[in-house]
Design a protein around this ligand. Structure first.
Ligand code: FAD
Length: 361
């Protein structure tokens, strides 16, 4: 029995049925859907089998805008959204906790892949008593359709910020991060004040669907790329048919810290010509000099190919902790010099051509 998820834009009227995830077996919808007897509306291939699926309506109008939505909700008048789900997504051996949080915005705070939401945590600003807490930004980890494909949710990938006293080495709960702890502790049904969406630098350039996208992430920096990759390989929207190359470099501490690994492995199996996935596990792997394996070591390993792709117009993206950039820039500079090129000039050109996208925090 085939199990698929179909989106029925106007399926009930028999106009169009779009198959979204036939390839993705860990779809949370599987098994909980209704039995479709939509013979006339499904493709020949699918008509051969009995299909259990949940029908969702894809709001295709989300493709129609020519400009991304920007700051629809501002800190003085945020949108009150609702937490839909909250799931810890790292294993027990991961240092620290990272959660995948789905926020229901009811379709009222639309966004594009690569944008961020602001979150205003409840309570008083500890630095300004009597004043509310300030906005914290979080990259959105879903496509504009959200994980449920109805255009009503946005997913965040949040790492809980904890504080360890440098002298005692003990955790000090009084100094823990306010917003990340609020989000990681949140439960379905809780209210959350959001602002945005914001940001243009990480928007996925969609004019050339044969383009090459080299994506470099550390930790939660994976968030925007999860959105891109779902758009490229999981969804099947009529206006975006990706035929280029997406190459993801993800750096985390260890295997248990890998984020959305199963999704990426699934794309690798399904689209080996269009998706490459390389990981750097700093606490488990060694680089060629015998040191810890960081994401820049992986970049160095493939530098010949990366430089060729950049020369051919590839986009390169960096997202994650600020600290990732100096090591990466040093590596790229060294490789450029070994190739007899000036990195400074190359970087200027990449920036001028809008191939260089950085969002670090
Ligand atoms: P805060 O309360 O702001 O505290 C900041 C840090 O200071 C914490 O580590 C805290 O432990 C420490 N601290 C608190 N009090 C003290 C004290 N008295 N002395 C010393 N240290 C103290 N984060 C993600 O997890 N996922 C994302 O996708 C993501 N995307 C982002 C995108 C952008 C564009 C930007 C700018 C940031 C992004 N961030 C993301 C980071 C996020 O905005 C927050 O900065 C982060 O979650 C920490 O916020 P917080 O409120 O939990 O910590």
């Amino acid at each position: 029995m085939a199990q698929v998820v179909v989106a029925a834009g106007a399926a009930q009227m028999g106009v169009r049925v779009q198959v979204l995830w036939p390839q993705f077996s860990r779809n949370k919808f599987l098994g909980e859907g209704l039995e479709l007897s939509a013979r006339s509306r499904l493709s020949t291939q699918l008509r051969l089998t009995k299909i259990y699926a949940k029908v969702v309506t894809i709001p295709i109008e989300l493709e129609e805008a020519t400009e991304p939505p920007i700051n629809l909700f501002k800190p003085k008048e945020p949108y009150t959204a609702t937490i839909k789900s909250n799931q810890k997504i790292v294993g027990p051996k991961a240092p620290g906790e990272t959660c995948h949080i789905v926020i229901d915005h009811g379709g009222n705070v639309p966004y594009w892949e690569g944008q961020s939401y602001g979150v205003i945590p409840p309570g008083e600003n500890p630095k300004k008593p009597g004043m509310p807490n300030t906005v914290r930004l979080y990259s959105i980890a879903s496509t504009r359709y959200g994980d449920d494909f109805d255009g009503k949710t946005a997913s965040l990938c949040v790492r809980r910020a904890v504080y360890y006293d440098p002298e005692t080495g003990k955790e000090d709960p009084a100094k823990k991060g306010i917003c990340s702890n609020f989000l990681c502790d949140s439960k379905p049904g809780d209210k959350v004040l959001i602002t945005g969406p914001s940001g243009k630098v990480m928007l996925l350039p969609e004019d050339d669907q044969k383009a090459c996208h080299i994506m470099v992430a550390t930790g939660t920096g994976i968030a925007p790329y999860r959105g891109y990759l779902r758009r490229m390989f999981m969804e099947n929207v009529p206006t975006f048919k990706f035929e280029g190359l997406a190459w993801l470099f993800l750096g985390v501490a260890n295997t248990d810290s890998l984020l959305y690994n199963e999704e990426f492995i699934s794309y690798q199996k399904q689209y080996p010509k269009n998706f490459r996935y390389d990981i750097a596990l700093s606490r488990e792997q060694l680089n060629k000099k015998g040191g810890k394996m960081y994401v820049q070591d992986k970049i160095e390993e493939y530098s010949e190919e990366i430089f060729k792709l950049l020369d051919g117009g590839a986009h390169i993206y960096f997202c994650g902790l600020k600290g990732m950039m100096p090591g990466i820039q040093d590596t790229l500079k060294r490789v450029a010099e070994e190739r007899g090129e000036s990195w400074d000039q190359k970087l200027l050109k990449l920036k001028k051509n809008k191939q260089w996208h950085v969002e670090v925090y």
